[in-house]
Design a protein around this ligand. Structure first.
Ligand code: NAP
Length: 246
């Protein structure tokens, strides 16, 4: 899977799965751009710089994906500095779990704005900025297919992301740009590590392959969808969940 010289932007890549995707794409030769959101303490910038340093990424850009204008400015900056964008991975995501009874409209809208609106923002700018033959991969979730308790906002946003992917696959096809989803199940990130042992054990019982996913499991699927080998795959979702949902 040779990605030599391809410029790849991964949103929300200062940590977790996004940082893993940066490392994976860089290992296949891509020139990667790490994206983070500024915080007062500067921690996210430090994390992003550390990911860029470890992977040899070409650039670090600040942008809140829910801010349409800021996303456009960041993508223009990447184009000006690196010559163009070939790969866009919409990975940025947040959770604000509550039952529907307790969820505030703000909890609902904030999650939809980042997880779904963020992808719309990058996609819209990509219509003029992504080079022909490029790749777009949206990170959805098993939650968008199963609708977990307490995740009305997140599950709706991720289900919407799958539909957005299909529309974009049709609209970007004339530029030979493919658009696909990867839908992870439970992946070993900070969130999962903080779950009580009994909750993890309960989920494990329902995963035929008998283990929680690793970040590399998701990264491998993303790299395939970014590689020349997936040239005839578009509008699809690859489920990476050990058989938890099938
Ligand atoms: P994570 O560790 O919480 O990382 C999320 C990343 O998104 C962080 O880098 C965060 O940046 C960034 N982010 C949040 N809001 C943003 C915004 N408005 N603009 C730009 N970046 C923003 O989460 P993760 O577990 O790696 O999840 C990555 C993706 O996989 C998400 O889309 C998530 O829904 C999906 N997913 C995860 C799992 C799982 O089990 N972990 C399962 C299914 C799907 P800061 O550090 O700057 O806040």
């Amino acid at each position: 899977m040779d990605l030599t010289g391809k410029v790849a932007l991964v949103t929300g890549s200062s940590r977790g799965i996004g940082a893993g995707i940066i490392r994976g794409l860089a290992a296949h030769g891509a020139i990667c751009v790490v994206n983070y959101v500024a915080d007062a303490a500067g921690r996210n910038l430090a994390d992003a710089q550390s990911v860029a340093h470890d992977s040899g990424a070409g650039l670090v850009v600040e942008a809140d994906v829910s801010n349409h204008a800021r996303v456009g400015a960041a993508m223009e900056e990447i184009t000006a500095r690196l010559g163009g964008i070939d790969i866009l991975v919409n990975n940025a995501g947040i959770l604000r779990d509550r039952t529907i009874r307790k969820m505030t409209p703000d909890d609902f809208h904030a999650v939809v704005q980042v997880n779904l609106g963020g992808a719309f923002n990058t996609l819209q700018h990509a219509t003029s900025l992504l080079r022909p033959g490029g790749r777009i991969v949206n990170i959805a979730s098993v939650a968008g297919f199963m609708g977990f308790f307490g995740q009305a906002n997140y599950a709706s946003a991720k289900a919407g992301l799958v539909a957005l992917t299909k529309v974009a696959a049709r609209e970007f096809a004339r530029q030979r740009i493919t658009v696909n989803c990867v839908a992870p199940g439970f992946v070993e990130t900070e969130i999962i590590k903080e779950m009580p042992a009994e909750v993890t054990a309960r989920f494990l019982e329902q995963i035929p392959l008998g283990r929680i996913g690793r970040i590399e499991d998701v990264v491998n699927a993303v790299c395939f969808l970014c590689a020349p080998q997936s040239d005839y795959v578009t509008g699809q979702t690859i489920h990476v969940n050990g058989g938890f949902y099938m």
